[in-house]
Unconditional design. Structure first.
Length: 245
């Protein structure tokens, strides 16, 4: 089976990465009971051979399965299935996605409004430069690092050190969530557009527009996350010997 050239279902198909295809295949296999709870997944070498993908691609998919709470990795022993049920609330570092999103709505939305009123020219220069770099960046790891810096910079522009401290506290979880959404949900381009709207609102000193832009951004984050963890697997790749239509 070659999973390097799959597409999502829908009116306008989106080409997905090999990692997304591997994740979809393994998750569907777990949910169908092909790998029972408590059972060890095949070795990385065996899965790479079966799915015709590289080890880095496979490892990204395995990390996503663990984030979803379907598997656990045990050092020196392998990856084991711990749940076959529907994914409800993935975990990013120390925080569940639902808790993280709740805090972000209550903190980052008003912070954006304060930032629009209080930002300095230096804040705008920093945010604009950062956004320009993000829009040019092609490496996911580098982009994710700048994504967290962007949200820290907005908090800094609000001129209240407590806000920045809150974002600092959840910074690792934000990075993990960002990487997950970009690897699995292809969110990078959309995020760049949403970030651009936030910066434009700050440039205009529009508290209303800044609040609206951040509200929209977080709503899209939640929507993509919900789609990933709860939607049925409509694009499960074929087994060896099958044809894909």
């Amino acid at each position: 089976m070659n999973l390097s050239d799959s597409q999502t279902a829908g009116d306008v198909p989106r080409r997905v990465s090999a990692m997304e295809a591997v994740l979809s295949h393994l998750r569907a296999a777990i949910e169908r009971g092909e790998y029972a709870v408590g059972e060890k997944l095949p070795s990385e070498a065996e899965l790479c051979r079966r799915l015709t993908v590289s080890r880095p691609v496979l490892r990204e998919a395995l990390r996503a399965l663990q984030t979803m709470g379907l598997t656990v990795s045990r050092t020196g022993k392998g990856t084991f299935v711990v749940s076959a049920g529907p994914v409800e609330d993935p975990t990013f570092g120390d925080y569940a996605a639902s808790d993280l999103l709740e805090v972000r709505r209550h903190v980052e939305i008003p912070v954006a409004g304060y930032a629009a009123v209080r930002r300095t020219p230096e804040d705008l220069d920093h945010l604009t430069h950062l956004l320009d770099r993000m829009e040019r960046e092609t490496d996911t790891t580098a982009w994710v690092a700048m994504d967290t810096l962007f949200h820290l910079a907005v908090a800094q522009a609000a001129q209240n050190p407590v806000f920045r401290r809150v974002i600092e506290e959840i910074r690792d979880a934000l990075a993990r969530q960002s990487a997950f959404l970009n690897d699995v949900g292809g969110r990078r381009e959309q995020s760049n557009e949403e970030h651009r709207l936030i910066v434009e609102a700050l440039v205009d000193r529009s508290e209303h527009d800044a609040v609206e832009a951040m509200t929209h951004h977080l709503a899209r984050v939640e929507s993509t996350l919900t789609t990933i963890v709860r939607s049925p697997h409509r694009n499960d790749p074929p087994e060896e010997g099958e044809t894909q239509t």
